[in-house]
Design a protein around this ligand. Structure first.
Ligand code: FAD
Length: 397
């Protein structure tokens, strides 16, 4: 039987050929989505009883690495179709919510997770978006920004402060909000305000969303096991899988850059010798290899810890390390290429722009290290001046 990673491998040559095109034209790679869907890699972690393959996070990260070597954009799609919003819905959702979410992802939809707001980035629990109960519905109002997939995603997990009929707060949770299955239009009150122009990952829309009296049925409220009051912490546990996935994309890009560097070190001659004979570059190569390998081990260890989600500390450590070290690896690979690395005839400049994101999105390296320190010292690490500390696993975005 063909393994998931073998299936992924069969796609990468095709993905690599057009990666520069999606970047330069800033378009979403729909043909790759069709290939990933047909190959069963969209929603591969969805349980078999819901139509998925029941793949483990370890299998998913192996696929993500393989694809990220060739096309960062496609790797992001695989992560978000297997880890993150979809994981939270499959773990904590009702059967009704699962029955809506699973078929969408299995048919090729990349879900959008909507947490970050203009005034609530790392301090995610300071979000202002509200969902106020009115009868059997909730009315959502607020703004989200930097939402990956805004404008192309059909399935959205929208986080909001949940208020009762009288406006009293019950906690923070997510709402499953979907586009019209017939015509793909967003529900009334759900507006895509604008798209960001990013330095890398250019084919992926990053959108600002506005909700104005958006009506959502009470059935679409995600009720995490700890209840609404402490539910955001549960949902952030689900997000640990997305963090491991994001770190793996960074590592996969670095692994791809390392391969390019090895090729060029043998190919390029200066001073009458292949540049790979210069010790300064040999040591650079050795360090690059060590970084990629260490990242892979940390990420796979975190993926294997899933029960049902990866451990918070292992996920934070793996993502912080992999994302920071990948930037250095790709930068060194670009350096090895000299001027050619800086031009777009080689993929290094694109990979460098792409990989820069991963210390920011999905929890910055600083926030992840703060979480790690709290765990290592066995203390809470309040960041607010008043000493108010959201519980250890609530920082994110
Ligand atoms: C390409 C991209 C895609 C994204 N996709 C999504 C998405 O799909 N959904 C979503 O909800 N969000 C998304 N985000 C948002 C992302 O999660 C946030 O950017 C992130 O949480 C950081 O928030 P911020 O950008 O507002 O930075 P800020 O929180 O304003 O931080 C600014 C700087 O201060 C540092 N900092 C902040 N607080 C502390 C502290 N206590 N200690 C030390 N340093 C600190 C940060 O590390 C950072 O360097 C995306 C971001 C990017 C770039």
């Amino acid at each position: 039987m063909t393994s998931f990673v073998e299936t992924a491998h069969s796609l990468v040559e095709r993905f690599a050929e057009r990666a520069a095109e999606w970047d330069s034209t800033r378009t979403y790679c729909w043909p790759n989505v069709a290939d990933l869907t047909e190959a069963g890699l969209m929603g591969m972690t969805i349980p078999v009883e819901w139509g998925g393959k029941g793949a483990s996070y370890l299998e998913a990260v192996q696929v993500v690495e393989e694809i990220a070597r060739a096309c960062t954009l496609s790797a992001r799609i695989v992560v978000e179709a297997n880890m993150g919003a979809i994981s939270a819905i499959m773990a904590y959702g009702t059967d009704q919510q699962r029955a809506i979410a699973a078929p969408l992802v299995l048919a090729g939809d990349k879900p959008a997770i909507c947490i970050t707001e203009p005034e609530a980035g790392s301090a995610a629990t300071e979000m202002k978006t509200t969902a106020r109960r009115r009868g059997d519905r909730y009315i959502l109002n607020g703004t989200k920004h930097w939402i990956t997939g805004g404008g192309i995603s059909k399935l959205h997990l929208v986080f909001a402060r949940v208020l009762d009929e009288n406006g009293a707060e019950e906690g923070i949770s997510g709402f499953v909000v979907v586009a019209d299955p017939k015509n793909g239009s967003l529900p009334p009150g759900f507006e895509i305000v604008r798209h960001e122009r990013t330095m890398g990952l250019c084919g992926m829309p990053e959108a600002e969303l506005r909700f104005t009296d958006l009506e959502v049925s009470e059935d679409m409220l995600l009720k995490p096991p700890s209840g609404l009051r402490r539910g955001f912490a549960d949902l952030m546990k689900a997000y640990n899988s997305q963090r491991v996935g994001a770190g793996t994309i960074a590592m996969g890009v670095a692994a791809g850059a390392l391969e390019h560097a090895k090729r060029y070190l043998k190919e390029r001659y200066q001073f009458g010798r292949p540049i790979g004979e210069f010790q300064g570059l040999q040591w650079m190569l050795a360090d690059m290899d060590s970084s990629v390998h260490a990242s892979r081990l940390l990420l796979q260890e975190a993926a294997k810890s899933a029960n049902p989600f990866p451990d918070m500390f292992l996920a934070a450590r793996a993502k912080a390390f992999a994302s920071e070290s990948a930037i250095k690896v790709v930068s060194d690979a670009l350096q090895i290429f000299g001027a050619r690395g800086y031009g777009d005839a080689e993929p290094l400049e694109r990979m460098y722009r792409d990989v820069r994101m991963f210390t920011i999105g999905g929890g910055t390296a600083q926030i992840l290290k703060t979480q790690m320190a709290g765990h290592l010292l066995g203390i809470k690490t309040p960041q607010g001046r008043t000493g108010y500390a959201p519980s250890k696993s609530t920082e994110g975005g």
